[in-house]
Each structure stands twice: as structure tokens, then as C-alpha cells.
Design a binder for this molecule. Structure first.
Ligand code: SF4
Length: 215
């Protein structure tokens, strides 16, 4: 089966999925959008209000900001694939629960396998945690590394900059380096996987505060 067909099949399954409790409160599941033959996959956290209304990813204010960031980096939304770690909106914009992340993970894994992107940009803590454990986003945002043959670029979620203006320049600065990283990833052989050192400080309170209101 072609990658496009696989993505269509996944999207059809997501739209009627009842594998976790988020199916009860969602209006529209949001499988993700973009071409199958892209080198770049962006993964956010979960649909927000407008995404739940429209069934599309990143269509609210954070989506507009993401478009700006992509455009400044010379990328077009139509040329990248955008999805989330959970495909249905957590009620009240709360964090996705571990059992919801686990239930939904297979869809994301199959999307990654179908697209086979060289570069994955993680937007926020939950998508970062899929590829890197025991790290704080405040310490590793904007520091890409190879993980299992893919160049993982951890970024703050665009909504973080909208909720905390002091992060706006940080997010803009990280995205500005994206073209350089894409070029590097395209030309490089995957380096050995880097296992981040464990941090003992798990508070990350600023990040938690930011990420609580991302949707
Ligand atoms: S969040 Fe994922 S696992 Fe849960 S109902 Fe939606 S598509 Fe299914």
C-alpha cells in the first residue's frame, strides 16, 4: 500500500476511534494533515478548541503563529505533515493522561512509519517525551539530536510563546535555525544515538505552567 493510502487509512480509523475516554468528549478527532512524501513531521500535543471543531490540526491562534514560524523558516504548511500525540481534545484543555497517550500511540507510530521523515520537530513536552526521556524542555529546546535514525528537533509548543511573551523570542530563534538543521539532517549520516543524561530536577515548573494552557 502507498504511504498516502496508509495515512488515509489511519485517518479513517482515528475519526471513529473509541480506544480511550477522549472519544466521549471530542467533537472531531484530528488525525493530522500533510503530504506523505515530506521530510518533516511536526508533532504537537493534542487538539484544542478550534481543532476539535474543525477536525484539523493547528487552526487556532497557535496555528497561525506556527504558520508564521514555518514561513520565516522557508517552509510551507502544505509541505510538512502536522499531527499530535493524542488525536482527540482533552476536555478543559488538560494534559493528556498516560493511558490516553498509550492508547493513541499506535496511530502516531504508524504515521511516522508511513511518512518516514528524516526530521521530526516536537512541539511541547509530550511529543518530546516520546523520543527523549528524563529531559527538561527548558534545557534542550532548540538542540536537535539523532534518535533511531531520525533528527529530532525539540521545540516549545507555539502556544507557549502566546501565553508567555518572554518565550516568544526563544521560539522564534529556535525556528529560525530550522533551515540549517534540515540541511544538516538531509546531508548527514545519522549520528550515534545520544542518550541524554538524567536530570534530578523534575520540577520544571515554568514549563508545566506553560504547557498546561497550550490548547
Ligand atoms: S485520543 Fe487517540 S486513542 Fe483516544 S479516542 Fe482519540 S484517536 Fe482514539
Amino acid at each position: 500500500m502507498e504511504s498516502t493510502e496508509i495515512l488515509q487509512e489511519i485517518a479513517a480509523q482515528v475519526k471513529i476511534c473509541e480506544k480511550c475516554q477522549l472519544s466521549f468528549s471530542r467533537k472531531n478527532a484530528v488525525p493530522g494533515t500533510g503530504p506523505a512524501d515530506t521530510d518533516v513531521l511536526l508533532i504537537g500535543e493534542g487538539p484544542g478548541f478550534y481543532e476539535n471543531e474543525q477536525g484539523l490540526p493547528f487552526v487556532g491562534s497557535s496555528g497561525k503563529f506556527l504558520d508564521e514560524l514555518l514561513n520565516k523558516a522557508g517552509l510551507d504548511r502544505e509541505k510538512v505533515f502536522i499531527t499530535n500525540v493524542v488525536k482527540c481534545r482533552p476536555p478543559g484543555n488538560r494534559d493528556p493522561q498516560p493511558e490516553e497517550l498509550a492508547a493513541c500511540e499506535d496511530y502516531l507510530d504508524r504515521q511516522i512509519a508511513a511518512i518516514n521523515p528524516r526530521v521530526i520537530v516536537t512541539l511541547g513536552r509530550f511529543s518530546m517525551a516520546k523520543f527523549m526521556s528524563n529531559v527538561k524542555i527548558s534545557e534542550i529546546h532548540g538542540q536537535p539530536r539523532w534518535v533511531k535514525g531520525r533528527y529530532i528537533v525539540p521545540m516549545y509548543h507555539p502556544a507557549a510563546a502566546l501565553h508567555q511573551p518572554k518565550l516568544r523570542s526563544v521560539v522564534e530563534s529556535d525556528f529560525a535555525k530550522l533551515p540549517e538543521w534540515l540541511e544538516k539532517a538531509k546531508n548527514a549520516q545519522p549520528e550515534e544515538e545520544v542518550i541524554p543524561e538524567e536530570t534530578n530536577d523534575s520540577s520544571d515548573s515554568d514549563d508545566n505552567a506553560v504547557q498546561m494552557s497550550l490548547f
